[in-house]
Ligand binder design. Structure first.
Ligand code: AMO
Length: 436
């Protein structure tokens, strides 16, 4: 058989012989004519075949085709305005069933998300689901392009670690020969190590693991973390500047390439955010939401998800912006490695980035002075021994530095206005989900 043409490229061809290949979406098995809709990764096309008197092998195969079967078809392309699906059809010459499906699909359009995830590969055949991953590809490519053009080095840090990469909370332990290993909760340690290594500016897009037992729409036990770390920052402001420019570059790429499809499939219009993004110190943000009638119900100084939604609504109303940096979190609620204000030990050079009301990122300037870092670790009740080699990164010279971590699936979910990261994660992992 000759090489297949992607469905999206058919319309530009002249009438004549073509080969198409994909899966069968519908069959209309009529007395005089048989119609199929064949879909591939690029679109759908109608296939047609007049039914011979008394049937033949091909017509019998078509009658018996289970939806979802993968087929390859040699035929004649014909432009015909009357065909609703794109004004073209392919008249079937030869049809080969290369991957027959079982007769009944276990899922339908209205199946619950949980059951759809059981059959994720079938769920992903839906064109809007395929689109999500093309959007994600464009998004990640634009991030990489932004970084590569500015001299960043891409690193791949190990996901098996000897000590916890964040706190002891949400830690997966795995037997590791004679000892125990931990799955990386974040590349935090090793992206900072790259600063001591003199790499200057680095990024990583890779998996992170959290033994988080919650079932919210924005938590997974394994997620893709987008991380960057840069040397010679004066404060977290330098990190925020890179972070916002990066997002503008990535959202511009997504809008240019997929804006129309996104509008059609998800009913949302992609906005390229204006620079700079609004910045509000956390204490001020809490005051703003309190003045508007919501007192954050937490004993510590942190914000809660409802507070984040409310401050985002305020920012949208006031500045017309979908993003907001909440800055200067209290030291008591931030990791020990965040640098504290020189004039106020109670505050850190840190931020969270909120997009459409949900946290997508945490960033900070890091404490690079080993004596201060050790003191802060002790101050927060950490076992300095356990931090072992992490602390050694700071003993042989290190530049001031900072960076951020951003959850890929959260960004894509919020960009497309979808209700859960389950919808935008290729294979979601949660407390109850290890398969497929
Ligand atoms: P943090 O723990 O805030 O910071 O994580 C950074 C971002 O990662 C995403 N994220 C998650 N996504 C899905 N499921 C989860 N369970 C989950 N946990 C976190 C969020 C979050 O904003 N080392 C620091 C970052 C840094 O300072 O560079 C860190 O990990 O989008």
């Amino acid at each position: 058989m000759s090489e297949r043409t992607l469905v999206q490229n058919l319309a530009a061809l002249e009438d004549g012989p073509v080969t198409v290949a994909g899966w069968v979406e519908t069959v209309r098995d009529q007395k005089k004519v048989q119609f199929l809709v064949l879909r591939d990764e690029s679109g759908a096309v109608q296939l047609v075949r007049p039914r011979p008197e008394g049937d033949d092998d091909t017509s019998r195969i078509i009658s018996g085709l289970a939806l979802g079967s993968f087929v390859r078809v040699d035929g004649e392309l014909k432009h015909d305005e009357r065909v609703k699906l794109g004004g073209i059809e392919v008249r079937i010459g030869a049809l080969e069933v290369t991957g027959a499906s079982l007769p009944e699909s276990p899922i339908a359009e209205d199946t619950s998300i949980d059951k759809r995830l059981d059959w994720r590969w079938l769920d992903l055949r839906r064109p809007e689901h395929n689109l999500i991953f093309r959007i994600q590809t464009t998004f990640e490519h634009a991030l990489r392009t932004y970084w590569v053009e500015r001299g960043f080095i891409e690193i791949h840090t190990p996901k098996l670690m000897a000590s916890p990469s964040e706190s002891r909370a949400e830690l997966f332990q795995v037997p590791y020969f004679e000892t125990t290993a931990y799955l990386a909760q974040s590349p935090q340690h090793f992206k900072q190590m790259a600063q001591s290594a003199g790499f200057g500016k680095i990024f990583e897009i890779g998996p992170a693991f959290r033994a988080d037992p919650s079932f919210t729409s924005r938590h997974a036990t394994e997620f893709v973390s987008i991380d960057a770390e840069i040397s010679w920052v004066d404060s977290h402001e330098d990190v925020m500047r890179m972070h916002e420019e990066l997002l503008v570059a990535a959202l511009t790429a997504v809008k240019d390439r997929h804006g129309d499809e996104i509008e059609k499939a998800f009913g949302v219009s992609v906005t390229v955010p204006a620079l700079p993004f609004p910045r509000i110190p956390l204490a001020e943000a809490k005051q703003i939401v309190a003045d508007r009638g919501y007192v954050v119900p937490r004993a510590d100084e942190d914000m809660d998800p409802e507070g984040e939604r409310r401050i985002a609504a305020y920012v949208k109303e006031t500045y017309g912006h979908e993003f907001v940096f909440l800055t200067d979190y209290a030291s008591s609620i931030r990791p020990f490695y965040h640098m504290r204000h020189a004039d106020d030990q109670g505050l850190t050079n840190s931020y969270d980035l909120i997009f459409n009301g949900v946290e997508i990122s945490t960033g900070a300037q890091r404490e690079h002075r080993i004596d201060v870092l050790e003191a802060q670790a002790r101050d927060m009740g950490l076992d300095v021994e356990e931090l072992g080699s992490y602390l050694d990164f700071f003993r042989y010279g290190v530049p001031p530095h900072g960076g951020f971590g951003m959850g890929l699936s959260r960004v894509i979910m919020l960009l497309l206005g979808l209700p859960s990261i389950r919808e935008v994660t290729y294979l979601f992992r949660g407390p109850n989900r290890l398969k497929p």
